[in-house]
Design a protein around this ligand. Structure first.
Ligand SMILES: *Cc1c(COP(=O)(O)O)cnc(C)c1O
Length: 410
């Protein structure tokens, strides 16, 4: 898979749309979209499910779980209604108490699950290169109240699994992974899903493997898997006398079928995303002030997202202005993940500045990060055009900056 035409930004010497030029795209290039194929197959299987009248948590869900167990090389995969509910159930059924350490640089769902399980989220900083949880900071905040650590594989970049396992073991803590972005990623050459006490994946439409909505809990612990199965059914193991308060977090048969068909395409999709990201990087590397998330040697990112960090001084414009310029070109962008979770209204009360320090890297990265369009059926020509736009914005930075200062068009 060679990338042709490296550094060829095209002949697009056109005026940026923000300065009155024609937008690069006639229609919005969305930041992401699901790749759904096998529609004929799905129609048949949906028909059979609907005719049977058995429409939730039955044979297709079990088949999907089996396929995930094989794919991940893990003893148990339990399908749930979302990654958030999966995390809630894991935290709850493990009977954890007190504090749970997690990164602030993540999607807020990780923290919601901790709060809903009646636990206290303790936010720590991320590493400036991988954007994943900083294991040194994890060790620093461990105290007698700590019961668990949650690692997040941010944007599909595997976090430092071995190091977190070592810390958890030494301090007798539960270890979980929010692997929402994790399907398609590889840690030291292997798919994620078999580390820690449990990992929880998301199947929402923005992820590579999607079931419409849904989540998967993977674990080698049979008791934990059993409890998640009971917990997703209100805590009712089938006797109608509930063992604990659970949720309705079942997966429907229709969702499972969509998941099965999506799994068929996962490997091809992750390889294509990796190819597109190589193209993005080779084209953007000649522009000053742009840096990328580092993927450790031997690992593979799923590239659930492709996010760049913009250095305002070197690039000449800040992240917000650059993002607004790209929107004028009909290019969808997002600030994943901004604002940092510990600064959000729902979570600020858990954040103790003197104890957790200022989470400087998290704040700096979240204030300068910009996610660019990436999806599994995106064309190379789109990537080239987007990079040419960024280059054009950079080339016209002085004019754009003065326009911005005159009438803040954001
Ligand atoms: C998407 C996402 C979730 C939530 O997944 P749902 O299936 O929507 O509950 C959790 N954590 C991270 C890091 C995510 O990106």
């Amino acid at each position: 898979m060679t990338v042709k035409g490296k550094r060829n930004l095209g002949k697009r010497n056109l005026r940026p749309a923000v300065l009155g030029g024609k937008p690069a795209f006639n229609e919005l290039i969305s930041i992401t979209k699901p790749t759904i194929t096998s529609i004929g197959w799905l129609r048949n299987r949906y028909g059979a499910v609907l005719k049977s009248g058995v429409i939730t948590n039955a044979g297709n869900v079990r088949e999907f779980e089996k396929r995930i167990e094989e794919y991940c090389g893990v003893k148990n995969a339990v399908a749930v209604s979302s990654c958030t509910s999966g995390l809630m159930l894991v935290l709850k059924t493990m009977n954890l108490k007190g504090e749970v350490i997690l990164p602030s640089f993540t999607f807020h769902s990780t923290a919601h699950a901790v709060a809903w399980a009646g636990l206290k989220p303790v936010f720590v900083d991320c590493d400036n290169r991988t954007f994943n949880i900083d294991s040194g900071e994890v060790e620093r905040v461990i105290n007698s109240q700590t019961s668990a650590v949650i690692g997040v594989h941010l944007f599909g970049n595997p976090c430092n699994v071995k190091e977190l396992e070592r810390i958890a073991k030494r301090n007798k803590l539960a270890l979980l992974f929010d692997s929402a972005h994790g399907f398609g990623a590889q840690y030291k050459g292997h798919p994620l899903g078999s580390s820690g006490d449990a990992e929880v994946f998301s199947l929402s439409p923005t992820k590579l493997l999607t079931a419409g909505e849904g989540g998967i809990v993977t674990t080698n612990d049979d008791t934990l898997a059993r409890n998640i199965r009971v917990g997703r059914n209100y805590g009712d193991a089938g006797t109608y006398s509930c063992e604990f308060s659970g949720l309705n977090a079942r997966m429907s048969e229709l969702h499972a079928l969509l998941g099965i068909s999506s799994l068929e395409n996962l490997e091809r999709n992750v390889q294509w995303r990796n190819k597109l990201v190589r193209l993005y990087k080779s084209l953007l590397s000649s522009i000053p002030g742009i840096r990328f998330q580092e993927i450790r040697e031997g690992d593979r990112s799923s590239f659930k997202d492709f996010s760049i960090v913009i250095n305002e001084k070197e690039f000449g414009l800040n992240r917000d202005v650059c993002g607004a310029c790209l929107e004028k070109e009909n290019i969808g962008v997002k600030k994943y993940f901004y604002p940092a979770v510990h600064t959000q209204k729902a979570f600020a009360r858990y954040y103790n500045k003197s104890y957790q320090r200022t989470l400087r890297t998290t704040v700096a990265v979240s204030e300068n990060i910009l996610s660019l369009p990436l999806y599994s059926h995106m064309k190379e020509t789109h990537v080239r055009k987007i990079c040419a736009c960024i280059e054009g914005i950079n080339r016209n930075k002085l004019q754009i900056q003065s326009l911005w200062e005159k009438n803040k068009w954001l």
